[in-house]
Design a protein around this ligand. Structure first.
Ligand SMILES: C[S@@+](CC[C@H](N)C(=O)[O-])C[C@H]1O[C@@H](n2cnc3c(N)ncnc32)[C@H](O)[C@@H]1O
Length: 261
């Protein structure tokens, strides 16, 4: 997927709130090494650096476009291209933070324990992922993708969400962690303007579909999806659109070094 920082940034404010909620639950006081995995445009990386000014903070992302935006957003921070699917922290980090990124990777049963293993003794793994793949914003995308002449082109791109129920993450991480906190929040985003849900998903899940369509297909596909979104999320009497959005949060503390016998 090619990311477009400007399209993603249209809803920067409502997208920031879960990152702040995640950050608030990390108990680290004086971490030395902090990594923002899937850092995107670096606006959250900058806040991690502000919270722990003595730490070495790094942003990692697989998208050159997002990294270029991040280097402008936070020039004092090192932003590096890396694939979270293969990256291993060396040496281990004290805070491994990942906001709204790991749902782009499969096989969480292997991924999450591997990431926790890269956290130093007593350190923190903090992850937030959308868990709204059953919402009309996503089911409507699948329906629109399958319901036109573009279906053969789009069907192979319809990826089932790898994000599991909270209990699955508890079973994966609790046996490995000293402390664990898992919760879900459904935000109620209050959006302005025409077709706001389409404009929101255009920054993320909708974009890979739109990118493969040609000019003769794109308008009809977008019109189909927009109509579904208007029906599922009708504007209120004041013109605002309410967009419920559920997210799962995982905060796991690595075990401390065992005391010498
Ligand atoms: C929705 S954005 C979130 C960005 C940022 N964390 C934030 O809170 O605004 C998802 C980011 O994950 C990155 N990403 C997706 N797959 C990745 C992978 N395999 N390795 C590293 N980054 C990845 C994308 O490039 C994108 O910048």
């Amino acid at each position: 997927m090619t990311w477009d920082p400007a399209t993603y940034g249209v809803f920067a404010q409502p997208r920031l709130r879960p990152a702040l909620d995640l950050m608030a639950r990390i108990g680290a006081e004086a971490p030395e090494r902090v990594v923002d995995l899937g850092c995107g445009t670096g606006n959250v990386t900058r806040l991690l650096a502000a919270r722990w000014p003595a730490a070495t903070v790094a942003g990692l992302d697989s998208s050159p476009e997002m990294l270029a935006a991040a280097r402008i957003e936070a020039p004092g921070i090192a932003f590096t291209r890396a694939d979270a699917g293969t990256w291993r922290p060396e040496p281990p980090v004290d805070v491994l933070f990942s906001n709204a990124a790991l749902h782009w990777l499969d096989d969480h049963a292997a991924l999450l324990p591997r990431l926790l293993a890269g956290v130093a003794p007593g350190g923190w793994l903090a992850v937030q992922m959308p868990r709204n793949h059953g919402a009309p914003s996503h089911t409507g995308m699948v329906a629109a993708a399958r319901s036109g002449p573009w279906a053969t082109k789009l069907a192979p791109l319809l990826r089932p969400s790898p994000v599991a129920e909270p209990a699955v993450y508890y079973d994966l991480l609790a046996p490995l962690a000293a402390e664990i906190d898992i919760w879900e929040t459904e935000y109620l985003h209050i959006l302005d303007g025409a077709d706001p849900v389409l404009r929101w998903t255009m920054g993320t899940a909708l974009k890979p579909l739109v990118d493969v369509l040609d000019d003769s297909e794109r308008p009809a596909f977008l019109a189909d999806y927009a109509a579904r979104m208007r029906a599922a999320y009708p504007p209120r009497s004041d013109g605002k659109t309410l967009f419920p959005f559920r997210r799962v949060f995982l905060v796991a503390r690595q075990r401390p070094l065992s005391a010498a016998p």
